[in-house]
Design a protein around this ligand. Structure first.
Ligand SMILES: [Cu+2]
Length: 140
């Protein structure tokens, strides 16, 4: 029994340290982040004000392009999660602002464990399917 508990503790701790050293691929401190999805959609994510701060309201922007042209006919959802930690449901349906631009507001919730890394999954829904692109970024 003790061995099982010890094993669980070891597993839990390796899970913490893994997310502690999580390598982000996007800095929203100064500029937008851009990636190209598997189905060749260019996805840019941005936030204001900068740098993003916990407990503050932000406006998040997504800009979509396909073959260089704005993609204005998508349903876009932003889903924020923390690596290795359940932080409740933080899913935003974005408003279509036209010309391939989408926006939503979100107050970044405080983390009880003091973690700063969030993953923003951008879900892009169109006739014919859904695609997903993820960005990971740090807040202050
Ligand atoms: Cu957290």
């Amino acid at each position: 029994m003790f061995r099982i508990i010890a094993l669980i503790i070891v597993l839990l701790c390796s899970a913490c340290s893994r997310s502690e050293t999580y390598k982000t691929d996007c800095s929203l401190d100064k500029a937008a982040c851009t990636k190209t999805s598997a189905d060749n959609i260019t996805v840019s994510l941005d936030a204001a004000p900068k740098p993003p701060h916990t407990m503050a309201n932000h406006r998040f922007f997504v800009e979509l392009k396909k073959d260089g042209a704005p993609m204005a006919d998508a349903e876009v959802t932003l889903d924020f999660t923390m690596p290795g930690m359940y932080m409740g449901i933080n899913r935003l349906k974005m408003n279509n602002a036209g010309k391939g631009r989408y926006g939503a507001e979100w107050v970044i919730p405080p983390c009880p464990a003091g973690k700063k890394v969030w993953i923003a999954a951008v879900y892009i829904e169109r006739q014919g399917g859904i695609s997903q692109t993820e960005f990971s970024f740090e807040v202050r």
